[in-house]
Design a protein around this ligand. Structure first.
Ligand SMILES: [Zn+2]
Length: 214
């Protein structure tokens, strides 16, 4: 089947290429997500306009499913700052504290105070390096992206999910959010700022999206 570039799909500040293959052999519409690209197969007669209408919700579901599959923990342990910590009698030790939790939400509630200083420190470090004024730092569960820079409250809010990643991957999100101080949109200029302060940001972003925690 021959796929042609059909359109771009944007979600959470990231743009994906969408490929389409139309054929009389296709009886129905089928969506796939592989290697960061979307693929649609559709019957020959199916109007483009309808495809464009439908793809957004279909793709959102595919991305969510992928996120669910690569959880940062299993029955043996959990990733913290890129290190896989094994459970010891159900407990996991974080910065010298033994934590027992029933699910991820419970875990985040219990470790928030322990891990927040890491985010505060790293943000401060890059603020100085990038010559950016001070931001308040917070951690939250529902952040549409991995981080949000709020001009109004002068706060950068990071997603809890980041605490599972290595510090250098967290740094990528920190530098991303701080770069928004200089460039609000994800423009060429914006990425030039990122290139300057974190030359390997693309590789780190790839790990982030692929849920490669270390
Ligand atoms: Zn951004």
């Amino acid at each position: 089947m021959k796929y042609n570039l059909f359109c771009k799909y944007e979600r959470n500040g990231k743009t994906y290429d969408v490929y389409l293959a139309k054929s009389i052999k296709n009886k129905k519409i089928h969506y796939r997500f592989r290697n960061d690209k979307f693929y649609i197969t559709a019957p020959n007669w199916y109007p483009k306009k309808f495809l464009l209408n439908d793809l957004s919700s279909a793709f959102a579901k595919l991305l969510e499913r992928q996120e669910d599959e690569e959880k940062p923990f299993n029955e043996k342990g959990i990733y913290i700052f890129g290190e896989f910590k094994e459970f010891d009698d159900g407990f996991v030790e974080i910065f010298g504290k033994k934590i027992l939790f029933v699910n991820l939400d419970d875990f985040y509630k219990k470790v928030k105070k322990l891990v927040l200083p890491v985010f505060v420190e790293r943000t401060k470090y890059y603020e100085q390096m990038m010559n950016v004024p001070h931001y308040n730092v917070n951690l939250r569960k529902k952040v549409s992206n991995y981080g949000v820079n709020s001009r109004r409250t002068n706060t950068i809010t990071y997603s809890y999910i980041l605490m599972h990643y290595s510090i250098e991957i967290i740094d990528e999100v920190i530098v991303h959010e701080l770069s928004h101080y200089y460039e609000w949109n994800h423009s060429k200029k914006f990425y030039a700022v990122m290139d300057r302060y974190l030359p390997n940001h693309k590789e780190l972003d790839y790990k982030l999206r692929k849920r490669i925690y270390k």
